[in-house]
Design a protein around this ligand. Structure first.
Ligand code: NAG
Ligand code: NAG
Ligand code: NAG
Length: 279
């Protein structure tokens, strides 16, 4: 019953124009799908994460989108090769990736990755929308050619597939560098339900960490990205090599690598965070 309107809306959206791409990429043994968009080679196993990045070329039933390399001046030695290429969608108002062989009713982390890198030689930073199925997810607003942007949501997927769609809003050509899907347990992130998803604002690992050391899989089995936030002037930083026990019940399953570093107030200065709520 609940799946019917969802499917109907998807069909209407498909008929209204734009390509519906069929990524044949199946989840791997962990249930992960990791797509290197616009890459024209074979699947590459990344040495740091041990994850297999599958190309999207030839994984489609139609030929929507075009592959591009980012421009050489935006490539740095430390940058992962998955940022080297993009798929762009100059035609159609709505172009979708379809991720298949999912477990209906299960909670998933969905992450889209973007680096413009002046791939089109136009030096024109695009703005476009992302949808998950028919639902608005995020407006991608590229701030500079070299900026790497990760957009993430945690959603309960009602069907055995989910679509991630790039919507042309008339402010530049949509493009994408990578797309990830990770299964979660339904017990964690209880705020994400059938009725609402969670959109990521930021996720930080506090405490003394190498400032380039992003924690992700295999150190986080859910492959969330934990960016370091280090400030030993403002905060007292601490770490341990001992076992750290999570709270029970553990609703977020932060990995030990993240929990082993922490901050506390220095002198009488409070630890304060602020953020801009977005609709
Ligand atoms: C990854 O590891 C393999 C085997 O150790 C090595 O041949 C390859 O050069 C490495 N790739 C990168 C990008 O470091
Ligand atoms: C991107 O670069 C690779 C390696 O340099 C090359 O083989 C490929 O043809 C390039 N692709 C495009 C679309 O220019
Ligand atoms: C995109 O970002 C620029 C600069 O940060 C901002 O001025 C502009 O309002 C943003 N546009 C949208 C549609 O979010």
């Amino acid at each position: 019953m609940s799946a019917t309107p969802w499917l109907l809306l998807l069909c209407l959206a498909g008929a209204a124009g734009g390509g519906v791409l069929q990524a044949r990429a199946q989840p791997d043994s962990k249930g992960f799908i990791t797509i290197d968009c616009g890459f024209e080679g074979e699947t590459v196993v990344d040495n740091f994460t041990t994850l297999a990045f599958v190309p999207d070329n030839g994984e489609f039933t139609d030929d929507a989108g075009t592959c591009h390399n980012i421009s050489a001046e935006n490539i740095t030695p430390s940058m992962g090769a998955t940022w080297y290429n993009v798929r762009s969608f100059p035609a159609g108002a709505r172009n979708c990736y379809t991720l298949r062989s999912l477990v209906p009713g299960l909670k998933y982390l969905v992450r889209a990755r973007f680096k413009y890198g002046n791939y089109d030689g136009l030096n024109r930073l695009p703005i476009f929308d992302l949808h998950i199925g028919v639902n608005y997810w995020h407006t991608v607003n590229i701030s500079s050619p070299e900026a790497a942007k990760n957009v993430e949501a945690i959603v309960v997927v009602p069907d055995d597939f989910v679509q991630v769609c790039l919507i042309n809003t008339g402010a530049g050509t949509p493009f994408i560098s990578g797309l990830d899907l990770r299964p979660l347990k339904n017990t964690i992130y209880p705020q994400a339900t059938k009725a609402q998803g969670l959109v990521l604002l930021a996720r930080f690992n506090f405490g003394p960490t190498d400032k380039y050391d992003v924690i992700r899989y295999p150190h986080d089995p859910h492959d969330r990205f934990w960016f370091p936030w280090v400030n030993s002037v403002l905060w007292r930083e601490m770490s341990t090599t001992r076992k750290v026990h999570n709270m029970n019940p553990d609703l977020f399953e932060a990995p030990p690598a993240v929990l082993r570093t922490a901050i506390s107030p220095r002198n009488d200065i409070q630890i304060q965070f602020s953020w801009e709520p977005q609709p």
